[in-house]
Design a protein around this ligand. Structure first.
Ligand code: GDG
Length: 483
């Protein structure tokens, strides 16, 4: 068996140019962690964009960068500023992202950015073809690279190719509005295996393939020429051990060892032991429903005024894609809403919302998870939502209540959470009330079951089961072709 090649828009390494030299720092994101078992040094390679445009990389540092990346088993695809604009901020985040999250009105259909998307996908495919041998296994990630599988297939008809989509695949009625819908499907069908988080996305994809391309689909197999393409769901897990152990260590710290944030949280808890913290963590993205959550919080405070001065909402909104206009507008809307609600309800001793617009270090994330009585995550659409899983993993004493939107992929596996429709303020207000008043034993009973499941199906298992399924599919397809 040959090597494994992983391809994603961004490499699992961050480059920093300082004092005329280069440092490559490994990223600690979920994908990088999950792929560790697959991306294990010598027999694997990760291809992606470094995060720096050609204009930002001094020519004399090119070789140094390549050396630094190769030490991490990585190789870069070079992109110009114009390409990043059209491919990433343009087609990926102004066309596909809103469309696949059912924000049809935000989707821009621009021929120029579609053309740049094709050019950049070709660059990724060429970078792979340059390094790939016939017996290698290729795993392509996410919506930025949907044309890559077919571009590789044309040149290497027998190579094993898997594709995983990290965001939802929308229903046929939404997907059909895309002017380049057939090209996108054809691009994906270059794969041997196409993976989604949940069965619903898989079902939507199969329906689009059947109706737009007229191909034969039987259960989760697509018949295309003499090839069989398998479609399946692989719900992504988290690095459970990392989160539960960090929380355990956190619990063993003495008050002097606590972070500044933790000390502030403790201070509020000791001044009123009955006070409850509600936590909301997301990238600042319209799909995450942060503005609606704020309206729902206001609704809750009006419906259950006895909780004024008793409940505090902590919002961590992580800056994201801030040069896309929709994100700038949303930022302004959230700033204003937080200001208005705090202005309306604050008292001398209480501010209902603590709002952080920044990214926090991992330790502070653990401070927030472990100090919050309730995690309140209400995306309007979300491929999976790993924050929900991480919150549960950090609850070492098994207390804590998760209120989760039905529209998150993770709701499928987290039935013990309190599931809500993010558009139903009445239901949300009642659910917050229920969460605040849930007996400890019930919280523990629910979390026990959630934890067992998350521990078992962690991110490593996710990566391995995708790879195993891809290899099995390749063998099955080879047997089919030789018949
Ligand atoms: C996409 C899909 C799918 C957040 N704030 C901070 C921080 N985080 C970390 C969390 C979590 C990750 O970022 C966010 O993951 P999500 O899954 O919640 O959301 P997306 O970023 O939208 O991810 C999503 C995912 O891909 C995987 O397939 O679940 O549906 O949209 O791990 O912990 N980490 C640190 N500081 C922060 O301030 N250190």
């Amino acid at each position: 068996m040959g090597k494994t090649i992983i391809i994603s828009n961004r490499l699992p390494v961050q480059l920093q140019i300082s004092n005329g030299g280069i440092t490559a720092i490994p990223s600690v994101g979920g994908l990088a962690t999950g792929m560790k078992s697959v991306h294990s040094g010598g027999d694997s390679l990760w291809i992606g964009w470094s995060g720096l445009t050609n204009e930002e990389i001094p020519e004399e540092l090119e070789d140094e960068i390549d050396d630094a990346l190769s030490k991490h088993g990585s190789s870069k695809v070079s992109l110009t500023e114009e390409e990043v604009e059209g491919f990433y901020f343009g087609f990926s985040n102004r066309t596909i992202w809103p469309l696949f999250h059912y924000f049809l009105e935000y989707s821009e259909f621009e021929l120029d950015s579609w053309n740049t998307y094709k050019t950049v996908n070709k660059k990724f495919a060429d970078a792979i073809l340059e390094k790939a041998d016939e017996d290698d296994t290729i795993w392509v990630h996410d919506y930025q690279l949907m044309l890559v599988p077919q571009m590789i297939r044309e040149k290497r008809p027998n190579i094993a190719i898997g594709f995983f989509l990290h965001i939802p695949f929308p229903s046929y009625e939404i997907f059909r509005t895309l002017p380049w819908r057939k090209e996108v499907l054809e691009g994906l069908l270059g794969s041997d295996l196409i993976g989604f988080h949940i069965y619903d996305y898989e079902r939507h994809f199969l329906s689009s393939v059947r109706r737009l391309l007229g191909l034969e689909v039987s259960f989760n197999d697509i018949y295309k020429g003499n090839r069989i393409i398998k479609v399946d769901s692989f719900p992504m897990g988290i690095d459970y051990k990392k989160f539960s152990e960090a929380a355990k260590k956190h619990g063993e710290r003495s008050p002097e060892q606590h972070s500044e944030l933790q000390q502030r949280l403790n201070k509020h808890k000791t001044s009123d032991p009955d006070a409850k913290f509600l936590l909301s963590i997301d990238r600042l993205d319209y799909s995450k429903g942060i503005a609606k959550r704020l309206y729902a919080f206001e609704y809750f405070l009006n419906k259950y005024p006895q909780y004024k001065e008793k409940v505090r909402l902590i919002i961590l909104a992580v800056p994201s894609r801030s040069n896309v206009p929709q994100y700038q507008l949303l930022k302004r809307e959230i700033d204003e809403l937080v200001g208005r609600i705090n202005g309306e309800f604050s008292t001398v001793s209480w501010t209902p919302i603590w709002y952080f617009y920044r990214s926090m270090p991992f330790e502070n994330l653990i401070d927030l998870y472990t100090s919050s009585d309730i995690a309140w995550l209400t995306p309007l659409r979300d491929g999976m939502n790993l924050v929900a899983k991480e919150y549960i993993a950090t609850r070492t004493d098994k207390t804590g209540v998760l209120i989760l939107s039905e529209m998150a992929g993770s709701a499928n596996e987290m039935n013990e959470a309190l599931l809500i429709n993010p558009n139903n303020f009445e239901q949300i207000a009642d659910t917050i009330y229920e969460a605040i008043n849930m007996p400890k034993e019930e919280q523990q009973h629910r979390n026990e079951q959630l934890q067992q499941r998350l521990r078992r199906y962690n991110v490593e298992k996710w990566a391995q089961s995708f790879m195993n399924s891809l290899l099995a599919q390749k063998e099955r397809d080879a047997a089919h072709v030789s018949k």
